[in-house]
Design a protein around this ligand. Structure first.
Ligand code: COA
Length: 159
């Protein structure tokens, strides 16, 4: 089912990130990790997009432009009552679109390697791979994944 998005904001809402993460705290291993993401959500270092459906906030993505060529996905979190309804993919597409128009050539993300952290992280890697990310490096506790963003005119033709 395609997400029916009623509202997408680029404002910073750390409290929304806290609410979404607290509901899935088992994935994030404790209050200090959640507090760190909440702080990031309020920081100008990160760009955020928030998606609302049925008058409720359903998902957030935080990204960071470390280099002119790349945008790093720092966090995607979707309301656990609406997982697998396309909202996470929608947020990735929106972030990719903004990154491409800002001149970036690649999206990157690090996810916990299999066997590290909560079992649910296996699904997180599958989520990124389903969205066109490929693995680049799995030598540490995390796996680095990346997705190439096509040239702008090819990108716009594919939209
Ligand atoms: C990971 C997460 C963001 C995915 O968001 P979502 O809106 O549920 O994902 P989508 O509906 O867009 O999924 C698209 C595809 O990704 C894959 N996918 C998503 N979640 C998956 C899972 N748990 N296991 C396996 N594949 C999965 C599937 O191929 C899915 O397509 P399908 O549902 O038609 O099979 C969401 O599960 C979440 O918020 N998890 C907790 C927070 C988290 O771990 N965030 C990542 C940290 S950066």
């Amino acid at each position: 089912m395609k997400p029916v998005v009623s509202y997408l904001t680029e404002d910073r809402h750390p409290s929304v990130v806290r609410t979404l993460l607290n509901r899935q705290a088992h994935m994030f291993g404790g209050e200090s990790t959640i507090a760190s993401y909440v702080a990031d959500a309020g920081s100008p270092e990160f760009d955020s997009l928030i998606v609302t459906r049925d008058n409720r906030t359903r998902g957030v993505i935080l990204t960071r432009r470390r280099f002119p060529e790349t945008v790093e996905v720092h966090l995607v979190v979707v309301d656990d009552t609406v997982h697998r309804t396309g909202i996470g993919s929608f947020l990735l597409r929106e972030a990719a679109d903004r990154a491409r128009h800002a001149g970036a050539k690649m999206l990157t993300v690090r996810v916990l390697a299999e066997g590290r952290g909560h079992q649910g992280w296996v699904g997180v890697r599958a989520f990124y791979e389903a969205n066109g990310f490929i693995p680049l490096d799995d030598t540490g506790p995390t796996v680095l994944l990346a997705k190439h963003l096509p040239e702008l005119e090819d990108w716009e033709r594919s939209e």
